[in-house]
Each structure stands twice: as C-alpha cells, then as structure tokens.
Design a protein around this ligand. Sequence first.
Ligand code: PHE
Length: 531
Amino acid sequence: MTANVTRRSLLKSIGVAGGAGVMFESMRALGLVAAPQALAVPDYRPPSVGDLDAGKRGRHVVILGAGIAGLATAYELGKAGYRCTVLEAKDRVGGRNWTVRGGTSETDLDGHTQTARFAKGHYLNAGPARLPQSHITLDYCRELGIPIEPFINQNANALIYNEQTGAPVQQYRTAKADVYGYVSELLAKALDQGALDQQLSVADKDRLLTFLSGFGAIGDKADGFAYRGTDRRGYRVEPGAADQAGEVLGPPPSLPDVLASQVGRYFSFEFGYDQAMAMFQPVGGMDAIPLALHRAIGAEKFQLGAEVTKITDLPDGVEVGYRDKRGKAQLVTADFCVAALPPHVLARIPTNLDPRVASALRFPTVNPVGKIGLEYRRRWWEEDERLYGGITETDMDLAHIWYPSYGFHGQRGVVVGYYNTGKNAATYGSLTPDQRIERALAQGAKIHGGKYRDELASAFSVAWHRTPFIEGGWVDWPSRTSGEYALLNQPAGRVYFAGDWLSYFIAWQAGALDSARYAVSNIHDRVRAGG
Ligand code: PHE
C-alpha cells in the first residue's frame, strides 16, 4: 500500500465517522488543503461568529448578484458576523432560480414582454427544477426549513419519440424491454457459441447467462435464448379479474427494427450520478430557496434594481459603482467584494483588475437554454395516459417534455413543453413568445395528439440567453487546466468570484453553493490571519 492509499482510506473512514467538516479539518492537519493556490475541498463547516475575536468582526463585504451564489455568500458571511451589502440588477432575488407563477412578468432583451396567467398553485420552475440526493442544496433546504417532495425524473410510462427514425411513439418500459431483451439474447448466443471463452471461465459464463436470463427475460438454451417480448413491454389490454388475462403488447419488433429505432439512446441519462432517482423539488416552487435565504439574510441588506457599473480594487478595500433603481449613480465601499455574476456579464464591467481577469472571464462559452410552461385545463397525461410525472424524450428540437411532479389528480397542470440547450434553444429563443407556443404545440401534438393543442390554457417561455443580466443558460469551460479557471478561483486583490461556473457542478445550484462557501472560507481565513 502506498502512503497515498493509506491516507485516502484514513480520510474516508474519518469522513464516514465524522462528516465532511471533520474530514476537511483532518485534511488541513495532514497538509492536504490550504496551499493558497490549490483548490480546497469544499468546507462543509461554515465559519461561525465565534471564529473571530471582537476586533475582526463586522468586516463589510459587498456582494454582486443575488443568485444562489451571492445569496449563499451573504447568508454564510452573515452567520459568521460579517456585514453584507448585496447588489442585484433585477427586481427579484434568485437569478436563474426563478419560479414563474400567475402574474409573473418579464421583458426579454428583444423587447418581448410576457405575463404568466397560470392558475393559483401552478408554476414553472424556469431554471433549476430537480435536486439530486447527493447535493448540498438539500442540506440548505433542511437548514432553512424548506419542505421538499419527490421529483420524478424517470418514468416507465413516459415516452420516447424519435421522429427521424420513423419509429412509433413508445413507452420507456417497452423500449427497455426490447433493447435489454435483444442485447441479452445476442450476448447469450455469443457465450454459448464460445465467442468469449478466452475471457470467461465456465463458471463465469454460467453466472453471466443467469444474469442475462433475468435482465433480458430471454428463453433458455433449448429456446435459442430468444427474446420474444414479455409483459415488461406493457399491455394492449390490461389484465383484470376472473377470466381477464389481459393482452400483452406484442410481438416485439425485430432486432434490426429495434436497433434502427434508436430507442436505446436515452437510457444512459438516468445512469448519470446527478440524474438518478430519487430526486427532489421544494414544495410550491424552486424559488423557496432564494426566498428563504433572502429572509434569513434580511431584506435591508439588498439593493434590487442596482446595476453594477464599476469595480475598483484598492489597497485596503473595494469600491463598487452602481446605478440604483431610480437610475442614480451610487458608490459603495467595503473590505471585500464577492462578484457572483455570470462570467460573461462580469467581463463587461469596467474594473482596475489585472487584464488577465477580464480575458479569463470571457474564456468560458455560454450555452443557450430555453423552457416553456404549457398550462392545461385538464391533466390529460394522468387521466388519459396514466403518466404521473417523468420525462418524455424526443429527437425534435423541443428535446424533452416534463410532466409535473406536483398537483396530481388536480384540475390543471403545467407541462414543460420544451427544455432544450444549444442549437435547439437558439432556434426557439429566436422566435416570439407566440411563435414558441405554436412550435411547441405542433411538435408535442405529434406525440400526444390534438388535445395537446386544444386543451391549452396559457403558456410562458424563457430563453435564458435573451434574459437581461443573465444572458445565458450556463457556461462550459473549453479547458479547466489552461489557467483561466484557476485564476478566477483566486481573489483578484480584494475581489473574489463565485458561481456555479467556478465549480465542477456547472448548471446546478450545488455548484453555486459550494463556490460561495469556498469564497466565504477564503475571505474568513484571510480576515482571521489579519488581512
Ligand atoms: N442541472 C440541469 C438539469 O438537471 C442541467 C444539467 C442537465 C446538468 C444534465 C447535468 C446533466 O437539467
């Protein structure tokens, strides 16, 4: 065993026994963290007021942006005895964590104004909408008393529609039965023909065949290991009492037809670490998170409608110029600044920082992202299709259709009619809000039929890349090792940066939260050391 392995297994057992905070302290003690240029493991133990002697309390930090990173920065610094001022250009907090309800109004960069007309209790989480079990976001929900409920990210009754292959719409359960069935049949035949005798012992072959028989529901050796379809595919006529055996949906298409339909191409999504069930959502809308943080921080710390115009790093502080909501130029000075704006927005603000900072801020590429909420008068997906939550996958440019994970058996519901990125989001984003509805309905009706259009009550769409002060869905780093990422994870003088874009959790609130905690612990260490 090498020294490294020993250390790692030691840390693992410390982590298991004492939690991440204890582990972080142990790593510090072992000299594994806190090299100033190195990225530390996120410190899950936020600083507390007792960490600072009286003379070092009350330092003032100006925070740019009240998205999740800015809010978490103010929240954690506030708990540790710092004074905070938060400047937010929009008239609300949360950033991309935005829940659209009846009455929500927004004007985009193209001058289109939409006002949502969703019925009471119905909403669209226009930004983040699902929380994995592993993310620190759930710890914040617990700490802030935000109730959560399951978010259904996978549903065997949800559909797959690959228009370009000409294959019919089918349920996930059917597609999985066929793909797993034929793959199992093929592998069983290959094993039986000795194709893998080099790799496998007789006992291994036997065990693998046993697995394949269950995994694919295939026939035995005498039956040639054939996949013939089972009730895993679903029923044409549901079984019932007495003599009603039901009628299994079948026979399955041929192996070449299943391959040609490409139905298997979405299966791996749920294998993703972040996308596997169980997942969660705050009850009543994702904006419960920013609203609870805002309340905990204190409304008086916020300047809404405040657009940052200049950032000046000084030897003993930071000066930030902004235009207040009345359009008046204002200046705020502080000991430190945490800039928690999107990098491409931050890059345009004049500063006196090292010019390498501005070019690093321009390095990540910005991804367009769009979503539409389609409110229906009737929950036809539940009533007619027995589809309770989950996601339908398509190769159309709407990409995904989400059925709501709340309000089951109620009157109405908001379906996410498209959620797309990249080229598809750019296509939808370039349309007017009415044209987006029309395109989403035309595409969705190919899957769900005429009711998809006829039963619509109202709609609201967002194109994040056309949204003022945000101007993108999320960013991608062409490289994280070419210097820019590391540079921005360090302070530029007294200016620190935070956001999901400075984490390995891009496009997740957990990234914003972890990044904020990283900035907070770095500021705190500096203050503690007398800086
Ligand atoms: N977090 C976003 C989502 O769940 C974006 C994302 C998609 C991130 C897929 C990773 C994988 O939709």
